[in-house]
Design a protein around this ligand. Structure first.
Ligand code: ZN
Length: 89
């Protein structure tokens, strides 16, 4: 009888422990995912560059470089550099 009660308690403790571990891991996962989504400081985040024609931001691997500047598409690379559309004053 006592053995059975102990067994039940052990199972409950194991269940609680496994659940909290799982929740912790899930939270870490979502935090990591959130970090990659937002503007990053980690080495994993890809550098964002700006299209010199239209000013749109895109990851550097997806950009089209020309003469030291980046463009969002082959069309904009052909059109070449333009003055930035938004000029902060
Ligand atoms: Zn562009």
């Amino acid at each position: 009888m006592l053995g059975q009660i102990l067994l039940v308690i052990l199972i409950i403790l194991a269940w609680i422990g496994a659940r909290s571990l799982l929740q912790k891991r899930l939270r870490q996962d979502s935090e990591e995912r959130g970090q990659t989504g937002s503007s990053g400081e980690s080495a994993h985040t890809e550098e964002m560059v700006r299209c010199a024609r239209c000013g749109v931001f895109l990851p550097r691997s997806a950009a089209y470089p020309r003469e030291g500047v980046y463009f969002c598409s082959p069309e904009h690379r052909q059109l070449g550099r333009d003055e930035p559309p938004v000029r902060p004053r």
